[in-house]
Write a protein that binds this ligand. Structure first.
Ligand SMILES: [Zn+2]
Ligand SMILES: [Zn+2]
Length: 334
């Protein structure tokens, strides 16, 4: 089958034929219908230090997926059966560690990552551990099923920010930022404002239901937001987030900076008496259930942020568009 492979410990990928995977015990074999490209995949492509620390080539990359179940290799009782459209939770938890025993599966201490630490979904077929396989509600558009992971992150961020009736600022309008704005709208925010330097992304944000989108935040608006969702991971963005948030407001940290960040601790952390929470992925399976509800009730339409579709064999072209930033979510079709 055709697959996108991180074949060597260097930048770039190989698009080549590999043997069909066979599902091990308690694994599900799926025929990939759609897989979407994540910012993480760009880092893997470029072989950034994080990728070097997490990937032992050769690995089939890609983790955001919807596939049709071909085979379920288990003796355990499960609702998952051939023909189902399923997705994968990227965080493959161990079920044994301190966090897993507390049901904090998403921050498992021995986490393995789909499409990073084990073969993923940029291929014609993939295997997913049964315990991280999510059976999709068939009323959700199939293409949207492949983009649930970023929406899930956004839903977790917005839930932790408790946005109902609040003025919300979304820093950074990449796919998760866009989804965060849409989720905040759906979850009852009073006003949702998005901030991004790129016009393309601001236009997308308008389509996703943001009330206002700006390229810079006027200092008049500093201290006026009840909740700031920091989705950019950008040093400037983080500085603006701390200025924009109201005294006793909430900041949710999600975007991962490429550099270490310094902060005026006294000015912001103490004098403003903020609530700061960080979010690492989706709560399993609570966030997936919330996400499903938003999609089934048509409160969020993920198709609005899917801007490109490429055949799997054209992965290099897709990566080129991805790096240009002139895109929303890019979906691959095997
Ligand atoms: Zn992802
Ligand atoms: Zn664990």
């Amino acid at each position: 089958m055709l697959a996108v492979l991180k074949e060597n410990p260097e930048s770039g990928v190989s698009i080549k034929k590999v043997p069909l995977p066979t599902p091990k015990k308690d694994e599900v074999l799926v025929k990939v219908v759609y897989a979407s490209i994540c910012g993480t995949d760009v880092g893997i492509y470029d072989w950034i230090p994080w990728a070097q620390g997490h990937i032992k080539p050769p690995i089939v990359i890609g983790h955001e997926v919807v596939g049709e179940v071909v085979k379920v290799n288990t003796k355990k009782r499960t609702k998952i059966k051939p023909g189902d459209l399923v997705s994968s939770e990227t965080h493959i938890f161990c079920r044994n560690c301190f966090q897993c025993r507390k049901r904090n599966y998403h921050v498992c201490e021995n986490m393995e990552l789909f499409g990073i630490g084990r073969n993923g979904a940029f291929a014609e077929y993939a295997t997913i551990p049964l315990h991280t396989t999510w059976r999709n509600d068939p009323s959700i558009p199939t293409i949207a099923m492949s983009v649930q992971e970023p929406l899930g992150n956004a839903v977790n961020v917005v839930t932790k920010a408790q946005v109902k009736g609040k003025r919300v600022l979304v820093m950074g309008l990449g796919p998760t930022g866009l989804a965060a704005g849409a989720a905040a709208r759906a979850m009852g925010a009073k006003e949702v404002v998005g901030l991004n330097r790129r016009e393309y992304r601001r236009k997308l944000a308008k389509k996703m239901g943001f009330d206002r989108v700006l390229d810079v935040l006027d200092p008049d608006e500093f201290g006026k937001f009840d909740a700031v969702l920091e989705m950019s991971g950008n040093r400037m963005g983080i500085e603006v987030a701390f200025e924009a948030v109201r005294i006793a407001g909430t900041i949710i940290a999600f975007g991962i900076p490429k550099e270490s960040i310094t902060l005026d601790w006294g000015k912001y952390m103490i004098n403003k008496e903020l609530t700061i929470k960080s979010v690492f992925g989706r709560e399993i399976w609570k966030t997936w259930k919330q996400t499903t509800k938003l999609l089934v009730d048509k409160k969020v339409d993920l198709r609005k942020m899917i801007t490109h579709k490429f055949p799997l064999k054209d992965f290099e072209k897709a990566m080129h568009v991805m790096k240009s930033g002139e895109c929303g979510k890019i979906v691959l079709v095997p």
